[in-house]
Design a protein around this ligand. Structure first.
Ligand code: 6PG
Length: 242
């Protein structure tokens, strides 16, 4: 695993770099690529930037979209990660209809984890065309969570299952999340952090300062892939980027 830290002046520069990285992945061959999306304000801002500035520069129709986590709410609920991506990306780009594989937020009690794991197996891991987990997008919370793997769920990085159900600690909201079995078997994993409020958690994790081992983001470690921590200057604790 290689870990690269990329720091940018602002969300625009960061998003442009990410867009170029997606284009590079798409240019590897003519196969469809698999991308796991993240919720959160930073991923939302990135997706919105890509939609408006790379609508015709990225072959969106070649990407199969999955979610790294979802809230236990309907698809039209304001907290739905599906709705966030639909609003900020799909409704702008208008080229992704058939390649979107959302989690069913209202079906957590009806075996949704099993269904979504089965879908990931069918569409990716058992797919003869492309069985790679090509790109995983993650945000990082101020408590060091990624996807919906919270500090209490850190064991999910060793899970033998592809997905799991958790609860958001602050509200007890049901969540479905991918586990380390997906994250750490991906070819490229991007952890995005912007804003001064993330500087502390980023510093603890990246520099393995006291308590790092209690933080889920510390266990993002794609064994045969590349890990990128993608920061703006505020989250990187830097004043100016040269
Ligand atoms: C979610 C995300 C979550 C998010 C982080 C960072 O569903 O909310 O999966 O992991 O990415 O909490 O979110 P912010 O960028 O809003 O701080």
């Amino acid at each position: 695993m290689s870990c690269k830290i990329k720091t940018f002046e602002d969300i625009s520069a960061l998003s442009e770099w990410f867009a170029d990285t997606i284009i590079t992945v798409l240019n590897e061959d003519d196969k469809p690529k698999n991308l796991f999306l993240s919720g959160g304000s930073t991923p939302k801002a990135i997706l919105n930037y890509l939609a408006h500035n790379y609508k015709d520069k990225i072959e969106w129709e070649r990407i199969k979209f999955f979610w790294g986590d979802e809230r236990g709410v309907p698809a039209d609920h304001p907290e739905s990660n599906y709705l966030m991506v639909k609003t900020n990306l799909f409704d702008v780009v208008k080229k992704t209809k058939k390649n979107v594989f959302p989690v069913k937020g209202t079906q957590f009690g009806n075996g949704e984890c099993k269904r979504y794991s089965g879908l990931i197996n069918k569409e990716i891991l058992n797919n003869p065309v492309n069985n790679n987990i090509d790109i995983v997008m993650l945000g990082v919370g101020e408590d060091g969570h990624v996807a919906s793997i919270f500090p209490a769920d850190i064991k999910l990085f060793d899970s033998t299952s592809l997905t799991a159900q958790t609860r958001f600690p602050k509200t007890n909201q049901h969540r479905l999340t991918i586990t380390g079995k997906i994250i750490n078997n991906a070819k490229k994993v991007f952890v995005f952090a912007t804003g001064i409020n993330k500087a502390n958690i980023v510093d603890i994790i990246i520099n393995k300062k006291e308590g790092w081992e209690k933080l889920p983001a510390s266990y993002v470690n794609p064994v045969n892939g590349e890990l990128f921590w993608v920061l703006d200057k505020n989250a990187a604790g830097e004043k100016n980027i040269s």
